[in-house]
Design a binder for this molecule. Structure first.
Ligand code: NDP
Length: 401
């Protein structure tokens, strides 16, 4: 039984916290803390009404490491689940080092002033985590997260060697707005407006944003335009999947989303540097966030499915083999269960599962780890039990040709 502190109270947090409250055999005490305490209280009230479970709430500035250490001591937490924003990763990791408790997050660190996605600064804390005798589990969402676990499962159980991986992320949900983002707009727009990048034959190849497009037939969803993006799990998978020749990441976007994004970019609304407006400094992308629908408000409006998975090609028993491992999730069912749509659901459920496996010491170690460094089977079993069932289909090998 573990005492858990969850930081952040957005869509992902709502799902993770509800799911933790559904796993009380693992989590004996849950405290939900965030910048705006009223958002924690609203989630706590939802959980009390739906599940009859009481959780604690608190106000915290996650950028203030010392204040987080105080809160950890006050709550007696043994594990911290970070579902705030990527900007808070380092201060929360440092708080865990000081307090000597395990750390889990769903997205790699980003500096507020530089749109750059890399694990460097989090991996650099490996020695400190080792010395403190604690585990840091990085990227326990869907992608990164479940996609890393799918690759690890394939490596550990389905292949002797893996050569090609394509990660395919499709959100075919319709919220009825001409333009909105399904999770934090700032993080989302920074990610999709950045240059694309993939890894082939030992080196990174950079592309212009949205330069590479393919059509992919997503099971239970249909054919969708999918665009090559850089995504953070590529960095750790390149390191941890041995023998890899190429790995890429694709995400679907509708034409309306792309047209809006291009316009906003052209007029400077995606800028992350301050500009002067009527004598006041504003950051364009932060102002845009104020104008756009709150991702949490999309829940009751979103219909349709997500399909996220990995197509993996390699060798098994001397034969060429290709599999597709994926999960399909229904926006409306996610909303019915947790009050959040499928993008939050597909991230919040794996965040809870990561915390659960660490709490149960099924995944253990000292230092900072990515998801694919652990035995994938227990995580795959939990996905089936906790609302994200997966399928594996064998395909005629074609990836890489
Ligand atoms: P939201 O913006 O909905 O929620 C973020 C929460 O963090 C808000 O409650 C916010 O507080 C809180 N927060 C922000 N800054 C601070 C701070 N300094 N101190 C305390 N709390 C703070 O984001 P999402 O729920 O959509 O996303 C959460 C995380 O999940 C992000 O890191 C995102 O990148 C990641 N993610 C990962 C995915 C994956 O598959 N791996 C997919 C989707 C998201 P306030 O309410 O006051 O604004």
């Amino acid at each position: 039984m573990a005492n858990l502190l969850i930081i952040g109270a957005g869509g992902v947090s709502r799902v993770a916290t509800v799911k933790c409250a559904m796993n009380l055999d693992t989590f004996s005490k849950i405290t939900l803390a965030s910048r705006t305490k009223s958002k924690c209280d609203e989630i706590a009230a939802f959980i009390k009404e739906r599940l009859g479970v009481e959780i604690e709430t608190a106000q915290i500035d996650a950028d203030d490491s010392d204040a987080v250490v105080e809160l950890i001591k006050k709550t007696g937490a043994q594990i911290l689940l970070n579902v705030a924003l990527p900007y808070q990763d380092l201060s929360l990791m440092d708080a865990c080092i000081k307090a000597g408790i395990h750390y889990i997050d769903t997205a790699n660190y980003e500096h507020p002033d530089v749109a750059k996605f890399e694990y460097k600064e989090q991996w650099a804390r490996n020695d400190k985590f080792k010395q403190a005798g604690i585990l840091g589990l990085l990227g326990s969402g869907f992608d990164p997260g479940v996609t890393n676990v799918f690759c690890a499962y394939a490596q550990q159980n389905l292949f002797d060697e893996i050569s090609y991986i394509d990660i395919l992320d499709c959100n075919a949900g319709d919220h009825g707005y001409a333009f909105a983002t399904n999770f934090n707009p700032e993080i989302n727009l920074r990610e999709v407006s950045a240059k694309g990048r993939y890894w082939e034959n030992g080196k990174w190849i950079e592309t212009d944003p949205m330069e590479i497009k393919m059509e992919w037939d997503y099971p239970e969803v249909g054919v969708k335009d999918s665009y090559l993006l850089y995504h953070e799990e590529l960095e750790s998978l390149v390191k941890n999947i041995k023998g890899l020749k190429r790995i890429r990441f694709f995400m679907t976007f509708g034409q309306s989303y792309l047209t809006h994004m291009k316009c906003l970019e052209n007029v400077g609304m995606l800028g992350i540097k301050p500009v002067m407006h009527q004598g006041k400094e504003i950051i364009p992308i932060e102002f845009l966030k104020t104008l756009l629908p709150d991702p949490a408000s999309l829940g009751p409006r979103t219909k349709g499915y997500t399909n996220i998975g990995c197509v993996i090609r390699g060798i098994k028993d001397g034969k060429d083999k290709q599999v597709y491992i994926y999960n399909v999730c229904n926006h409306e069912e996610c909303y019915k269960e947790t009050g959040a749509q499928a993008v939050s659901y597909t991230t919040g459920v794996p965040a809870m599962i990561g915390a659960k496996l660490v709490a149960q010491k099924i995944w253990q170690g000292k230092g900072v780890f990515n998801m694919e460094e652990f035995d994938a089977k227990p995580f795959m079993e939990e996905l089936n039990l906790q609302g994200l069932p997966w399928k594996i289909i064998e395909m005629t090998p074609s990836l890489g040709e």
